[in-house]
Structures are given as C-alpha cells and as structure tokens.
Design a protein around this ligand. Structure first.
Ligand SMILES: NC(=O)c1ccc[n+]([C@@H]2O[C@H](COP(=O)([O-])OP(=O)(O)OC[C@H]3O[C@@H](n4cnc5c(N)ncnc54)[C@H](O)[C@@H]3O)[C@@H](O)[C@H]2O)c1
Length: 327
C-alpha cells in the first residue's frame, strides 16, 4: 500500500508513520515542520520514508506530490492544534484547518485516493460535557466552545459533503486527549507532556482552574492501532477514540507522581514534591469531557488496552531516556 501522512513529523503522525512502515507500506510524510520535529522521524527515515517538507496551504506542491505519489490512503493529521491559539487567531486556525483540509480533499480526489482518514477531536467538538450524558457518543450534538473544535467540525462536514457529491471515502476519527512518548511539552495541549516534563525536572505543576476539570486520556499505541483499523475498514463518518473515563487534572497529577516514583532512580530527582500551584482557568476549555468508543469497538474491533498508570510510566521513561536521566 502507498500511504501519505500529513503532519507525519508530529507526535501522533510519527507513531502512525512508524506503524505503517512496520506493516510494509510505502509512506510519504508531508509536513511543514512547524510543530513537528525531524527527530521524531529518525527511525522512519532510516526505514526509507519519503519526507516532503511542505505546507497544506501550498496547493500547487500538494497537487504535484499527490499526483506523483498517488497514495491508496491519505491520513490527514496536519493541523493548527491549539485551543488558545484558535481563540487568539481564529482566521489562522480556520485557514490551516479548514482551507488546508479542503486543499487536501481536492488533491486526494483528483489523484484517485481510495480512503481518507481525518484526525478530528473528541475533546473539543462536543463542547461542555456537564450539559450532556458522559461519556459522549457520536450522536451527541456538537457544540464546540472554541474555534479549534469548530474548524474540526467544519472539516467533518466537508467530508460528509464530498461523500454525498462524489462518494469520497472517508472517516473522521475523534481523538480524546492523546498522550505518550514524543509529545511536545512546548504547546499548551498536551497536559501529560507538560506536567511530565516538570515532574522529571523536579518542578511543581501550574494548574489552570481548580484541577477538578476532567479529560479523557488515551495512550498513543492504542490510538495508533485504532487509526490503522479505521483505515482498513469501510466505516464512514465520525468515530470516537477514547477511554470513556473522566480523569480530573488533580488525579492525573497524582497518577504521574506515582508513575514517577515507580521508576525509582530513573524517575524525578529525590525530594520532588510535585505540589500543584493554581492559576486562573482558561477560556475555551471545557469543564468535563469523556467520549464513548462503543462504535469503534463494534465496527473496528478496537478497545484501548493500556491503563493510564502503565501509559504514564512508559511516557515518563521515554522522557527520562531523552534527557539522559535514565540509564
Ligand atoms: N494530541 C491530541 O491529544 C489530539 C487530540 C485530538 C485531535 N488531535 C489532532 O491530531 C492531529 C495530530 O496532532 P498532534 O498532537 O500529533 O500534533 P503535532 O503538532 O505534534 O502534529 C501536527 C503536525 O502537523 C504539522 N503541520 C502543522 N501545520 C501544517 C501545515 N500547514 N502544513 C503541513 N504540516 C503542518 C506540524 O509540523 C506537525 O508535525 C492534529 O490534527 C490534531 O488536531 C490531537
């Protein structure tokens, strides 16, 4: 199979690229390296991935690449992925996420792509979880509280339109809060990456709000399995991919502390207290969310397999290895 991964140098995209290569695919990564890192692709480059440094807003380049590669499947992960930036720069968010996605759909259609897998969001698309039954199913009304959630919803609607107009074959995967090795702590999105780096450096976390807000955390390896399963299926429309469980930020901090302690000498420096400090809550952030993945279980045979504690341990271990604190 020939596959093209936009955003393949990013956190999720690079894990997906590794898995596709391991399965024998010929993979092209299309990425502008704005938040992605070349180092995420170290093993993929060694395994022969083709990397095109380009922007999804560059229609000419995108069309040329698509025509020359002619992939069977496109995985579209490139995006502006930050809630706060979407609020501060809504036009930028819509341009990258909506216009960029339309460019990619058009280029894919013209190149005869057989399957289009879109990275949507389960964390930001439903809006405030306190007003609905949690975990939310795909049939729940979408009511995003931020421009990022809306731009992802708009992309899903474009995919619906193209399905009706020209039988364009696609699936929109609504990811919960994904965490794991390679996630960057530089943005504002990855709570585990941000708090994990602070813990491993012996510093205290700063929590926005009271820490009782809940999120649904899913480990990267589980998510990657789900993306592969979805790409090989005929499932259309939105599919939630999450644990179905609400974890408060304070509980996450406790689990991180315990995961760090279990690493013994490879964990945080001795005497790290990891006592949270509190700051004002941020706009656009929901109070509660968790998503129901029954559709993925029924139609893709997928269930998350990694308990939070195990996933956190693996994430911290990878952080330690990267910074040279581990053996
Ligand atoms: N991480 C999560 O918890 C989560 C949750 C829900 C949805 N998602 C979605 O999954 C996808 C991947 O997220 P991630 O966490 O790996 O983020 P990431 O920032 O690590 O990866 C995004 C990649 O896209 C590239 N990119 C950004 N803008 C681009 C552009 N205009 N042209 C070409 N490449 C561009 C970046 O360089 C980066 O490599 C995104 O679409 C994101 O919205 C992520």
């Amino acid at each position: 199979m020939k596959t093209l991964v936009t955003g393949g140098a990013g956190f999720i995209g690079s894990h997906l690229t590794d898995a596709l290569l391991a399965g024998g695919d010929e993979v092209t990564v299309y990425d502008n390296l704005s938040t992605g890192r070349l180092s995420n692709l170290d093993s993929a480059l060694a395994a022969g991935v083709d990397l095109v440094e380009g922007d999804i807003l560059d229609r000419d380049l995108l069309e040329r690449v698509m025509q020359s590669v002619r992939p069977d499947t496109v995985f579209h992960l490139a995006a502006q992925g930050e809630v706060q930036r979407s609020i501060e720069q809504p036009a930028f968010d819509a341009t990258v996420n909506v216009v960029g996605t339309i460019n990619l759909i058009e280029a894919s259609r013209e190149a005869g792509v057989g399957r289009f897998v879109f990275a949507s969001t389960g964390g930001a698309i439903y809006g405030e979880g306190s007003r609905i039954n949690l975990p939310a199913t795909e049939s729940e009304e979408t009511a995003p509280l931020c421009q990022y959630g809306l731009s992802k919803r708009a992309c899903e609607m474009y995919l619906d339109l193209y399905r009706r107009l020209c039988m364009f074959n696609s699936v929109a995967l609504r990811f919960a809060n994904v965490y794991g090795p390679r996630q960057t702590p530089k943005g504002e999105a990855g709570a585990v990456a941000i708090f994990g780096e602070l813990l491993m450096a012996g510093q205290n976390p700063v929590v926005f709000g009271d820490g009782q807000q809940t999120r649904d955390f899913v480990f990267i390896d589980d998510l990657t399995h789900a993306i592969l399963a979805a790409s090989r299926s005929d499932v259309q429309g939105p599919v939630n991919l999450g644990s179905g469980e609400e974890t408060s930020i304070l509980d996450l901090l406790n689990s991180l502390r315990e995961a760090g302690l279990s690493l013994n000498g490879d964990g945080p420096p001795a005497g790290t207290s990891f006592t949270p400090e509190f700051d004002r809550g941020r706009p656009g952030e929901v109070r509660r969310i968790a998503i129901d993945s029954s559709r993925a279980t029924k139609e893709l045979g997928w269930k998350p397999a990694t308990p939070l504690e195990a996933g956190l341990r693996e994430t911290l271990r990878a952080m330690g290895a990267r910074s040279g604190t581990a053996a």
